[in-house]
Design a protein around this ligand. Sequence first.
Ligand SMILES: [Zn+2]
Length: 257
Amino acid sequence: MLASFAFAVIGGVIGIAWSSPSFENPQEPRPAVFRLRSEVPVGDIGGRQILEQMVDLCRDVEEVLLIPPPERPIQVNLFKSKDSFEAFLIPRIPSAKGRSAIYVDDPEGGQIYLWHHPDIEQDVRHECTHAILHQSFQEIPLWLDEGLAEYFEVRREDWAENHPYLVEFKTVLNSQSVQRLEALEALEHVNQLTPEDYRSAWAWVHFLMHGPTPAREEFRQYLIDLAADSKAYPLSERLRARMPDMEVQLFHHLQEW
Ligand SMILES: [Zn+2]
């Protein structure tokens, strides 16, 4: 998830007993982009491991999308519990209620907030993808932001072959389960997104990354155009011109993948 607005974090997060004011990965080139502060002692939660995951993910995202590396800091704020996370965030971002993680744009870079739980790796990868994208694109359509975050939230070896959504498409879903791209492009606020929208956004990203040549070509050109101009000609119109039956092709792609 990402917050669609920013709030200022003045002088760090006041009132939180961070065990480490700001912890960096010593392997990362200077100046370090990724930083972690945690309410839980860093040694206990593998802080270095979290930062290494972020650096690896960042390299992967750059390599796949051909985008430049982020230059402004990306700060991970790890809370010890859901209660602690909500006590800090809900007064500032009411929609954080019930979430396990959230990304917030910050003029200085980006802030990732999450609470410590057993599946923290997936949340870190999802929110970190948002943070990277928001530095590479002045604006990115909501559906694409979430579709890419869903795609990259699993480990690299699982991106193409083993995402839980892929299993759903192969077993229980039908061709009506995918939202039209035009409908996804019309979404403007993260609070509008349903679980089906997230799943459809992921499906389109998979199709654009691994589908037929016209889909991959149009996606590649769209990313280049979007990096240069946030009002780039919509992807749906580009794809529709070359693949009028693109929903049918998408569903067959996932079924046969
Ligand atoms: Zn997200």
